[in-house]
Design a protein around this ligand. Structure first.
Ligand code: BMA
Length: 334
C-alpha cells in the first residue's frame, strides 16, 4: 500500500515520454521537407568491412559514369593510416564491386622528395579522357594535383602542381569561353577558405582567378569547397559543394547547392541560404572525424535520378538521391 502511495505521486506518462530509445533502435530520420536530397535506405553503401582489403576507413570518393556503370574512386586508409585508391563499379549505383588492387599512379619527383599524401579525387570526363583532380599533401603544404586516365587502372601524373595552400579542385566538364575552368579552395592563414574560379588555356598554366561571391549563412562560416563536378543545366552550372562551421565541439560539415553563370562561372546566379545535407545520422556523426558529410561526385542515372556520393564521418561511403531539376528548383526558389 505504501509503495502504491508513493507511485501514485509519480507522473509515469511524463517520464516515459522523456525516455529516448537507445541509439541503435532509432528509426532513420524522416526526409527533411526543405531538402531535395534524400538519404538512401541502404546507407552506408560501402563500409570498411565491405572492402576486399583490410582497412580502417573508405570515404570521400570521386564518381563518374564509365562504360554504362557508376565508377567510384575510393579513398582507403589502412591501419597504418596510409592511403591508397581503389575503384568500385556498379550497374545500379548502390551495390558496388571493389577491385582488390589499388590504382597505379606513379609518384612525381616532388612527391618522392617532399612526401605524398593524396586525397579527395574528383573525376571529370572531357572528350574521352578522364581528368582527376585531387589534394596532395607534402612537407611543403597542401597543393592541387591532376592526373589523366583512360581506364581507371593507370594514371598519368600531370604537371605542374599548384602552389600551396590549395585543395578541393574540381574541373568543369567542358571549356568555357575557350578556356578550361576549375573551382578550387586556396587556404587562408587561419585554415579557413572559400571557393575560387581559376582558368587555363591548356591545363598547365592556371590563372585569371576570381572568388565566388556567395552568401554567408552561418553553416558556411569557416570554409566552402567545391564537391561534385559541375553539371550543365538550362539554369546555369549546378554546383554541389561542402561548407563548414565551428561549433563548441567540432567543425561541422554541410552540403549546399548553387547555380553559376554558364558563360562566366565566376558569377553566382543563385545560392540558397539553406544547406541540403547536414550530419545527422549516426554514420555521419560517429567515426574518424565526427559530423562530416563530404562529397566528391554526383552522377545521373539512366532514370534521371542524381546519385550524390558522400563520405560519412571520414569513415564510410554514403548515398543521397535527388534529380537535377529538383536541385535547380531548390536553388532558384530558396
Ligand atoms: C578536409 C579534407 C576532407 C575531410 C575533411 C574532414 O580538410 O581533408 O578529406 O573529409 O577535412 O575531415
Amino acid at each position: 500500500m505504501r509503495l502504491l502511495g508513493i507511485c501514485s505521486n509519480i507522473n509515469f506518462s511524463a517520464m516515459i515520454s522523456r525516455l529516448q530509445p537507445p541509439f541503435a533502435e532509432r528509426r532513420p530520420l524522416q526526409r527533411k521537407p526543405f531538402s531535395p536530397l534524400e538519404r538512401h535506405f541502404a546507407n552506408p553503401i560501402i563500409s570498411p568491412q565491405d572492402m576486399p582489403v583490410e582497412c580502417s576507413a573508405v570515404f570521400n570518393c570521386g564518381a563518374v559514369r564509365f562504360e554504362g556503370d557508376v565508377l567510384l574512386l575510393l579513398r582507403v586508409e589502412d591501419y597504418e593510416r596510409k592511403t591508397e585508391f581503389y575503384t568500385a563499379r556498379s550497374a545500379d549505383g548502390v551495390h558496388f564491386d571493389v577491385c582488390p588492387d589499388p590504382i597505379c599512379y606513379p609518384l612525381r619527383d616532388i612527391e618522392r622528395i617532399y612526401g605524398s599524401h593524396r586525397f579527395d579525387m574528383r573525376i571529370t570526363p572531357i572528350e574521352g579522357t578522364f581528368y582527376v583532380c585531387h589534394a596532395l599533401y607534402t612537407k611543403l603544404g597542401c597543393v592541387i594535383a591532376m592526373a589523366r586516365t583512360f581506364d581507371f587502372r593507370n594514371y598519368e601524373p600531370l604537371e605542374p602542381i599548384s602552389l600551396p595552400s590549395n585543395r578541393n579542385a574540381v574541373l568543369f566538364p567542358e571549356k568555357i569561353g575557350g578556356l578550361y575552368v576549375r573551382l578550387e579552395r586556396p587556404q587562408n592563414i587561419d585554415g579557413s577558405g572559400q571557393i575560387w574560379v581559376c582558368r587555363s588555356p591548356d591545363l598547365r598554366y592556371w590563372g585569371d582567378v576570381a572568388p565566388l561571391a556567395m552568401p554567408d549563412p552561418s553553416w558556411t562560416g569557416r570554409k566552402t569547397g567545391a564537391g561534385a563536378v559541375p553539371i550543365r543545366t538550362d539554369g546555369g552550372w549546378l554546383i554541389i559543394y561542402h561548407a563548414t562551421t565551428m561549433t563548441a565541439s567540432t567543425e561541422n560539415y554541410y552540403l549546399g547547392a548553387m547555380l553559376l553563370d554558364l558563360e562566366d562561372p565566376s558569377k553566382v546566379i543563385a545560392a540558397p541560404r539553406r544547406f541540403i545535407l547536414g550530419a545527422e545520422e549516426l554514420y555521419e556523426c560517429v567515426g574518424q572525424v565526427p559530423n562530416v558529410v563530404f562529397t566528391g561526385g554526383a552522377v545521373e542515372m539512366d532514370d534521371g535520378t542524381l546519385n550524390v556520393y558522400y563520405g560519412g564521418a571520414d569513415t564510410r561511403i554514403c548515398l543521397a538521391t535527388t534529380t537535377v531539376n529538383q536541385l535547380v528548383e531548390f536553388c532558384l526558389t530558396r
